[in-house]
Structure formats: structure tokens, C-alpha cells
Design a protein around this ligand. Structure first.
Ligand code: SF4
Length: 694
């Protein structure tokens, strides 16, 4: 890929970074990509882009790309390049050997939110059909699995309720546990446009993020809570709604389960849920919570946008349900400008979840124990399928450490860097006998692999991504796969070697099968996508043009369900040895663990992760700006430079996790969400000291 030259033609495709799903024209000179230009017709971005989508595509042809399959007997052996046939045949025979020796459930796989819907669908199909179990999971386990649990339980399906465009109809915007200007910049611009027009803004975040005060935008309220106290804060807002008579009674009566509402209202009205009772827990003045709650309930159409600052907690699922309670109680779901919306991190995390990447669900969020659904899949796939939910990623690793789980297929994820408690993850990987990694680069996980299959970037394949507003966008191939096969073709090769035949000639045929088996995708095909550009699911007979807004006349589950959301403090406690709380996040120019953006020019904007610390805490420790400090938790310690910043509140420090050398997950805890095992990345008790360590 070169950055210069006059383009001769262009191909419309979708950005492979965040869940906004911006549409781009890949401008080509011959078979070389000259530049990426935001596409005016893209419904998610309307011609806008950020520095990642626009400039950070050079990783696709970076010299670090591995383009030949490789195998080795032990992880201490050197890699040996082999043909695709040899690699998949070796992988298949190892997986079958393990099953014969340790049992059919001793293997599993992980799908990728970086890959297309079609590829993800094929991976879970291979695992269910060829591995013969439901041991499939995805990186949503470590990010938005609480969204899946919380929204499905309360509303009936796991997805944002609004489309991006409808922020233009919002009168009040509540941003909680998200930093849109860094994480979802193009949508943040849309949000800021509405705020400049006069919409009111409430930000709930431990850190003073840019949205709190930017040129022409200032939050009405910044509820600067302590990490780990989201449930107490949202409950306190709901307490104000209930006790001050701000419930949308007609809406609740018509749309929600009344018995459950009444029992929730009794719970939430208790004094222990009041803003005054919450103040010592959250650190947010009660009066500010009261004013914010009144604004949310009475200020017109109110939209909630949230991110990993909500989900990556021991009570992540509870907070999602608490927000759904608040929105239902005020009538703020299913009408223009109102809703509850997860800002999805990865480009296709919504799609990976939709496609059946969870161990308990087929595509379209249908439980594996549902006989009618399972029989439908069995009829089309021609194999018996297990009705038992499989293992989640942390359970696979636990079982591996215990000697009972021995084989893993990982597509496009670097769990050794991205998952919590790195020591435990690597111990699990090291205990396995066959780890198969399909990726662009030899990442940290590949250090524990026995088979490496070359992955393909988004530029090397056809397919679709689904963004955070459920919009299915086409991804189009602009160059041949450097490794010879696109990811979907590599999965087919492995499945065929395992004796579970797949013979798709194009990802469009995979989408046809997805549509056949998934009611919410029944009206989706490549022909329709060519015709209309993009479609938002549900798209079927009832909604042939797709569904921009969900839950309009009724909730997907029928009646909206209020859930009791008791606040339970995390077990991660500060104390004499670890007096500060560490929380983590992202920065605009970089992306997640940095495997892609670090291999582009974007690195010049963020060459290293730093530790943000409040001046009070810095002074107490004699720490000066730019000095190297050690950051120590109960799990381990790392070193990084200090940035003294009043964005932080005293007692809370912050870092990003874009550089493998920082190793932020060495120090995170192994606490996780009670319902989904999503790790509690956002709360770690730490100590910070000056250090001379290089
Ligand atoms: Fe890509 Fe997200 Fe930036 Fe859009 S906002 S260009 S999807 S990284």
C-alpha cells in the first residue's frame, strides 16, 4: 500500500476499526491502494472520518505480515513454513487426536470481532458442526457481553435501540462510561452537532473526558463518580424519578410488565437508593444527581450512550439493566431521539454476537437448548448439534490450566494481550497441546501456538460488518489475500480437513445461509445490500427496509421488564498497600491493543501509554511530569511515564492499553461480571511510586 499516486478507480468498503462503521472509498491505482476517502453516501458517517479510518491502513502490507502457514511440534521449536494443505491437515489431525484422548469437549474456538459476519458465522458453524460442541466464544466476552445479558433480559434483544441519525432528535444526552470523542469520533461529531444546537448533556465518568468541556459544548452535569459505582449512581437517578413523581405512567402502563414495575418501584424508592445515601459511595454530590435525574426525566427525548466503562465491571450487567429501568420508567425507549445505546468498540463486535459466537446461542440470540431452533440448524447443516451450552473463554482457560482443555482455534484475537490476568491466560495457553492462531501478525497469543494460519485484512476479502446501530455494511475486496486465502476460505479448508464439508464459492452464499437460519437477517442478501447500500436488522418480511429504531410499539420481548438492580460493591478494594484506583481507556489515534495502528504512521501521535495522575496524588509521591513510575497491583507491576492531569480526581489514576510493552493487563484483576464473566478491567487497586526501572 502506498500513500501517493493518482487514483484510477475506487471500491466502496467499510472501516475495520470501531463500531461506527464508516463507509470509505478505497482509491486504487492498478492493484495498489492509494488512499482512503470517506464516502458521502455512508449512512453512519455521511462523508466524515477519523484519523484511524483515513490514515491507519498501512498495517495491511506491513513487513510483519505472516503470509505462509506455519507449524511446529512444541512452542519452543522454530516455526516451519508449510502449504495450506499441510497446515490444515496437521491442525485437523491434532484436534481429532486430542478429542480421542481427552474427550470431545477438550477443544474449542474463539471468533473475531475484527472479521466479517460471514467468517464469524463459519467459525461457529465449524465448532458446532465439526468440533461437535458449543465451546465457542468471542471477544465480546471481555467487552459487551453484559450488554447482551442486560438488554436481552429487560428489552428482549441485545442491541442498541436507536440509529445514529436519531441523535438529531435528542433533547437530553446521557453519556456514561464512554469517551466518544476518542473511541467513536465520527459519531461524537454528530452528537456535538446536536449539543451545539441546544441539546443538554449529562456525562457520568470518573475522568473529565473531552465532552465535559470542548469548544461550543459544555456538559450541564459532570457526575464524576468513583470507578465501580455505576449501579449506585443510576439507581440514585431512578430513585429521584420514582420519588419525585417523574415516572411516565401511561408509557409504563401500556408497555411494561406492571407487577415487575411495581416491585422495582418499591425497591428503588427505598432511602438506601437515594442520592444522599449514594453520595459517600459514588463521590457525586446528591444535589447534582437530583438535578441530572430531573433533566433526564423531564428534558424531552433522552438518549443514553454507554461504553466499556459500564460493562467491564463486576456489576456490568446490573448497570445495563439499571439504565434500561431508568429509560423505561421515563418513557425513553422506542421514540425519536430516545433510547439506550451501547457504543460498540470493535468494528464487528455487534455482528460477532449476532452470528452465534456465544456458547449458549445460535445466530439471532436463540438458545442452543431450544429444540425447534436446533433442529432447523441440524437439518441445514446435516449434523447433530449439542443442546448443552459450551465453555466461555475464561472457563476454557481454567479447564486448560486444570489439564482438561487441550485444543483451541483463535481467529483474529490476541487473548494473551487483551484478556485480563495475563499470567493466567498464558498459563492456560501453555498447557494446551494444539493452539491454532489465524492472524495477520505473530502476536502474543501466537507465542503459544502450534499452527499459524495467515489471516487476511479487511482489504483482502468480501463480506459484511454490522455496526453499533445494527447497520449491516458491505466490505469489498480491493486486493488479493497476501496469505493466499481469505479468512473465510481458511476456515472452510480447516472444516473440510475435519470432515465437515463447506463449499461456499463466495461470502454472499454464506449470507444466504445466515438469512435462511436467522429470522432477524431473513431479508438480507448481497443483492439487497447492493441496491440500498446498507440495512439495519431486524430486516425481514415484517421490516423489508430494515429497522432504524427498535421497540417502537412493543418491546421485542413483549412487555418491558424492570429488574431489581441491587448495588453490590466490587471485591477489589483499596487499602494501605494499594490506595489508588486504576481505570483504563483508549485514545483517538490508536486502537485497542495496537496490533494494527502501531504499525502505521498513527504511532507518532501516541508513542507510548502514560499514567494520568491528579496533581495531589503526584505531589504526595514526589512524582514530576514525564517521570517514570511503577504501577503495582495485587497481580503484578508495570512501569510507565506519569502525566499529571486535573482530568483525574484524587485517588483515581488512568492509562491506555495500546502498547504491548506497557502490559496493562499484567496488573488487572480476575474479578468479573457476575452474569457474563466480562472482566472488571475498569477497577484495579494500585500503588504508584517513582522508579528508576527502565
Ligand atoms: Fe473508522 Fe470508527 Fe474512525 Fe469511523 S469513527 S473512521 S469507523 S475508526
Amino acid at each position: 500500500v502506498v500513500a501517493l499516486g493518482t487514483p484510477e478507480h475506487s471500491v466502496v468498503t467499510t472501516c475495520a476499526y470501531c463500531g461506527v462503521g464508516c463507509s470509505f472509498k478505497a482509491e486504487m491505482k492498478g492493484d495498489r491502494l492509494v488512499r482512503m476517502v470517506p464516502h458521502k453516501d455512508g449512512k453512519a458517517n455521511e462523508g466524515h472520518s477519523c484519523v484511524k479510518g483515513r490514515f491507519a491502513f498501512g498495517y495491511a502490507t506491513h513487513r510483519d505480515r505472516i503470509t505462509r502457514p506455519m507449524i511446529r511440534a512444541r512452542i519452543t521449536d522454530p516455526w516451519r513454513e508449510v502449504s495450506w494443505e499441510q497446515a490444515v491437515s496437521h491442525a485437523a489431525s491434532e484436534l481429532r487426536r486430542i478429542q480421542a484422548e481427552y474427550g470431545p469437549d477438550a477443544i474449542g474456538g474463539i471468533t473475531s470481532s475484527r472479521c466479517t459476519n460471514e467468517e464469524t458465522f463459519l467459525v461457529q458453524k465449524m465448532i458446532r458442526g465439526a468440533f461437535g460442541n458449543n465451546n465457542v466464544d468471542t471477544c465480546a466476552r471481555v467487552c459487551h457481553s453484559p450488554t447482551g445479558y442486560g438488554l436481552k433480559t429487560t428489552l428482549g434483544t441485545s442491541a442498541g435501540t436507536q440509529d445514529f441519525a436519531s441523535v438529531a432528535d435528542s433533547d437530553v444526552i446521557l453519556v456514561i462510561g464512554a469517551n466518544p470523542t476518542d473511541g467513536h469520533p465520527v459519531f461524537a461529531s454528530r452528537m456535538k452537532r446536536r449539543l451545539r444546537e441546544g441539546a443538554r448533556l449529562i456525562v457520568a465518568d470518573p475522568r473529565r473526558i473531552d465532552l465535559v468541556r470542548t469548544p461550543h459544548v459544555q456538559a450541564d452535569h459532570h457526575l464524576q463518580l468513583l470507578p465501580g459505582t455505576n449501579v449506585a449512581l443510576v439507581n440514585a437517578m431512578a430513585h429521584v424519578v420514582v420519588t419525585e413523581g417523574l415516572v411516565a405512567e401511561d408509557y409504563v402502563r401500556a408497555r411494561c410488565d406492571l407487577a415487575e414495575f411495581e416491585s422495582w418501584a418499591r425497591f428503588i424508592a427505598q432511602e438506601r437508593n437515594s442520592p444522599e445515601a449514594a453520595e459517600p459511595v459514588t463521590g457525586v454530590p446528591a444535589q447534582a444527581v437530583r438535578e441530572a435525574a430531573r433533566l433526564y426525566a423531564t428534558g424531552g427525548a433522552a438518549a443514553i450512550y454507554y461504553g466499556l466503562g459500564v460493562t467491564e465491571h463486576s456489576q456490568g450487567s446490573t448497570t445495563v439493566m439499571a439504565m434500561a429501568n431508568l429509560a423505561m420508567a421515563t418513557g425513553n425507549i422506542g421514540r425519536p431521539g430516545a433510547g439506550v445505546n451501547p457504543l460498540r468498540g470493535q468494528n464487528n463486535v455487534q455482528g460477532a454476537c449476532d452470528m452465534g459466537s456465544f456458547p449458549h446461542e445460535f445466530s439471532g440470540y436463540r438458545h442452543v437448548s431450544d429444540d425447534a431452533t436446533r433442529e432447523m440448524f441440524e437439518a441445514i447443516w446435516g449434523v447433530p448439534l449439542s443442546a448443552e451450552p459450551g465453555l466461555r473463554i475464561p472457563n476454557m482457560l481454567d479447564e486448560a490450566v486444570g489439564g482438561r482443555f487441550k485444543g483451541l482455534f483463535v481467529q483474529g484475537e490476541d487473548i494473551a494481550q487483551s484478556d485480563p490476568d495475563t499470567k493466567h491466560v498464558t498459563a492456560g495457553l501453555a498447557a494446551m497441546e494444539c493452539v491454532i492462531v489465524q492472524d495477520l501478525f505473530l502476536n502474543e497469543t501466537a507465542k503459544y501456538a502450534h499452527v499459524f494460519l495467515p489471516g487476511s485484512s479487511f482489504l483482502e476479502k468480501d463480506g459484511t460488518f454490522t455496526n453499533a446501530e445494527r447497520r449491516i455494511n458491505r466490505v469489498r475486496r480491493v486486493m488479493a489475500p497476501l496469505g493466499g486465502l481469505a479468512d473465510w476460505e481458511g476456515v472452510m479448508a480447516l472444516s473440510n480437513a475435519l470432515g465437515f464439508p463447506m463449499a461456499y464459492r463466495h461470502p454472499g452464499e454464506v449470507m444466504d445461509e445466515i438469512a435462511q437460519l436467522t429470522p432477524t437477517f431473513a431479508g438480507v442478501s448481497y443483492a439487497r445490500l447492493e441496491e440500498v447500500g446498507s440495512l439495519q436488522w431486524p430486516c425481514n418480511e415484517d421490516a423489508p427496509l430494515g429497522t432504524p429504531m427498535m421497540h417502537v410499539d412493543r418491546f421485542v420481548r413483549g412487555k418491558g421488564r424492570f429488574m431489581i438492580t441491587e448495588f453490590v460493591p466490587t471485591d477489589e478494594r483499596t487499602g494501605v498497600n494499594f490506595p489508588l484506583i486504576l481505570t483504563t481507556g483508549r485514545i483517538l489515534s490508536q486502537y485497542n491493543v495496537g496490533a494494527q495502528t502501531r504499525r502505521t504512521e498513527n504511532s507518532r501521535w501516541h508513542a507510548e501509554d502514560v499514567l494520568e495522575i491528579h496533581p495531589f496524588d503526584a505531589e504526595l509521591r514526589g512524582i514530576r511530569e514525564g517521570e517514570l513510575v511503577s504501577l503495582e497491583s495485587r497481580s503484578g507491576d508495570i512501569a510507565l511515564r506519569a502525566r499529571i492531569s486535573e482530568r483525574m480526581q484524587p485517588g483515581v489514576v488512568y492509562t491506555t492499553f495500546h502498547h504491548a510493552s506497557t502490559g496493562a493487563n499484567v496488573i488487572t484483576t480476575d474479578y468479573s461480571d457476575w452474569a457474563t464473566n466480562c472482566p472488571e478491567y475498569k477497577v484495579t487497586a494500585v500503588q504508584v511510586r517513582r522508579t528508576n526501572r527502565p
